[in-house]
Write a protein that binds this ligand. Structure first.
Ligand SMILES: Nc1ncnc2c1ncn2[C@@H]1O[C@H](COP(=O)(O)OP(=O)(O)OP(=O)(O)O)[C@@H](O)[C@H]1O
Ligand SMILES: [Mg+2]
Length: 250
């Protein structure tokens, strides 16, 4: 069976005053896909993410996330969708376990369920030993790992990640990319991630979209974009080369 569409934007537009941050975006993402959302600074990536999450209202157009409208049904989205922002905020005076417990309760997960998930995820993100330390003492990479645990605690169907590997060391980066890939393949979790690190995107994304000045100038499997831009015989291409051809045209 064809995978169902879980993220859908139609003519989605966001204006800040006279400035158009996102211009008539049309986009579909299927269940279990890893979708990379690319584009230079100020292209409208974060704005799009915030609209998908119901955290900012579109000026016009339509969004369906798992069939729900994020503006009208924000609680449905909160229940099923995880978000790792560029800079994750925690309660600095609480330890990792306390932070995760707090989030679990906010999401109305019973303690007996959350306690098991908390230990599982602390283990998975490699923070079991440090789980009792105040988060205020954590390094950037540890915060990023805890951020992923926090996102996964409610067992979301879709995860939105804004620059998920920023601040991670090479080993942490590999771990994060492998994790995203296995969540997609083994659990059919859809990942929508924004990143400037094109080699990483190329490694894990099934499809990419390229935003420039609020416009989606390309979207599709990397291989297809390579054929379109670099020629049918293109081999050993990098996503960076493809990206740059679109960037120069825009
Ligand atoms: N709250 C806001 N008020 C006014 N303008 C905004 C606001 N948020 C974003 N913008 C503008 O909208 C445009 C798109 O910004 P956005 O943050 O979505 O870009 P981005 O693609 O995420 O960039 P980056 O790669 O730097 O994170 C920018 O010109 C930005 O200045
Ligand atoms: Mg951004």
């Amino acid at each position: 069976m064809e995978n169902r569409i879980v993220i859908e934007a139609e003519e989605l537009t966001k204006k800040y005053g006279v400035q158009i941050a996102v211009n008539q975006l049309n986009l579909k993402v299927k269940e279990g896909e890893v979708f990379g959302f690319l584009g230079p600074n100020g292209a409208g990536k974060t704005t799009t993410l915030l609209m998908f999450l119901g955290l900012t209202e579109p000026t016009s157009g339509r969004i369906k996330i798992l069939g729900f409208d994020p503006t009208r049904e924000p609680f449905r989205i909160k229940e099923k969708v995880g978000f790792l922002p560029e800079n994750v905020g925690f309660y600095e005076d609480m330890d990792a376990r306390q932070n995760l417990r707090y989030i679990a309760r906010l999401n109305r997960i019973p303690d007996r369920v959350s306690e098991r998930r908390i230990e599982e995820w602390l283990e998975l993100v490699g923070l079991s030993k440090e789980g009792g330390k105040k988060v205020g003492t954590y390094s950037k990479g540890m915060r990023q790992r805890l951020g992923i645990a926090e996102v996964m605690i409610k067992e979301p169907k879709i995860i939105f990640l804004d620059e998920p590997t920023i601040g991670l060391d090479p080993d942490g980066t590999n771990w994060m990319l492998d994790l995203i890939h296995s969540l997609s393949r083994e659990k059919k979790i859809t990942t929508f991630l924004s990143s400037h690190l094109l080699d990483q995107v190329q490694r894990i994304c099934d499809r990419v979209g390229i935003m420039i000045k609020g416009n989606l100038v390309a979207s599709g499997p990397i291989e297809e974009l390579a054929k379109k831009k670099l020629g049918v015989d293109a081999k050993d291409y990098t996503l960076e080369e493809i990206y740059m051809t679109y960037f120069k045209e825009a």
